[in-house]
Design a protein around this ligand. Structure first.
Ligand SMILES: C[S@@+](CC[C@H](N)C(=O)[O-])C[C@H]1O[C@@H](n2cnc3c(N)ncnc32)[C@H](O)[C@@H]1O
Length: 250
């Protein structure tokens, strides 16, 4: 571990103990109103999602990531979509940390919409894998495995949520011709995300939110640059949130 990383960890630990009201997921704040985290409907949805997603994160040392603020943004963005024409689409699902939270928060089984969840449900496809120079290991070795059965179980209570298994963008034919009222993209690779947005943009309903999970993370600069090029091409600007998410309005 480098000296700067050690110093950062030390300072963060000190700050957590004494000053910050929220410190997780690379975000630390004080003096902000964080009541959204304790709002009963959101808190229950998030707790349930964390519980149901535990098995999906067994390869990760820290288990289910503490990304409540990101989940709050996802629930808000999806809730806007309820009033718009079209269905919900998430590209990059894993075992559904965000999509279970959304489904619970919005009582999705009662909504007159469908929610399409696209993933290989077995990690990044070969074209997107970059083996580490020193170990030769990929993100699939470190993090992913076949989670399809866990995902199926997590969404079984929702007859209107459909899992679409396979490599994007080929599987997008499942939503051909459909309007989209909420779109979330979280593929951890630039090739897949570019292909998805170029295909789906015309189907997204004006006013709908497109939520980008990786946009503002320093480690995903290639995705950030691709998204900015795309936004420019459709005359939009993406807002970077402190959570690292990007928000693009259709
Ligand atoms: C960071 S995870 C998504 C996490 C998810 N949003 C959640 O709430 O837990 C990225 C996912 O993208 C999927 N993925 C990446 N590229 C893909 C592609 N081209 N086709 C299908 N799935 C892909 C991986 O299988 C992985 O599950």
């Amino acid at each position: 571990m480098g000296a700067i990383t050690k110093l950062r960890k030390y300072l963060l630990a000190r700050l957590r103990r004494g000053v910050l009201d929220y410190a997780a997921d690379g975000v630390g704040v004080w003096g902000k109103n964080l009541s959204f985290m304790h709002e009963p409907k959101f808190a229950a949805a998030w707790a349930k999602s964390r519980e149901l997603n535990k098995e999906g994160w067994v390869k990760s040392k820290r288990g289910v990531p503490e990304v409540a603020w990101r989940a709050h943004v996802a629930c808000w963005a999806a809730s806007r979509g309820l009033a718009l024409e079209g269905d919900f689409v998430e590209c990059g699902v894993h075992t559904g940390l965000f999509s279970v939270a959304i489904a619970e928060f919005l009582n999705f089984a009662q909504q007159p919409k469908k929610f399409y969840l696209f993933d290989t449900f077995a990690g990044l496809p070969d074209y997107a894998l970059k083996p580490a120079e020193d170990t030769g290991r990929t993100i699939n070795d470190r993090k992913y495995f076949d989670v399809f059965d866990i995902a199926k179980r997590n969404f079984a209570p929702y007859p209107n949520i459909e899992l679409v298994k396979g490599v994007l963008p080929d599987t997008l034919s499942a939503v051909d011709g459909k309007r989209i009222a909420y779109l979330s993209i979280d593929l951890n690779n630039v090739v897949g995300e570019k292909a998805v947005i170029e295909r789906l943009w015309p189907q997204v309903t004006p006013g709908a939110i497109i939520l980008l999970d990786d946009y503002g993370f320093a480690a995903f600069a290639d995705q950030h640059d691709m998204w900015n090029d795309f936004a420019r091409s459709v005359d939009r600007v993406i807002v970077t949130l402190p959570t690292g998410q990007g928000l693009l309005v259709r």
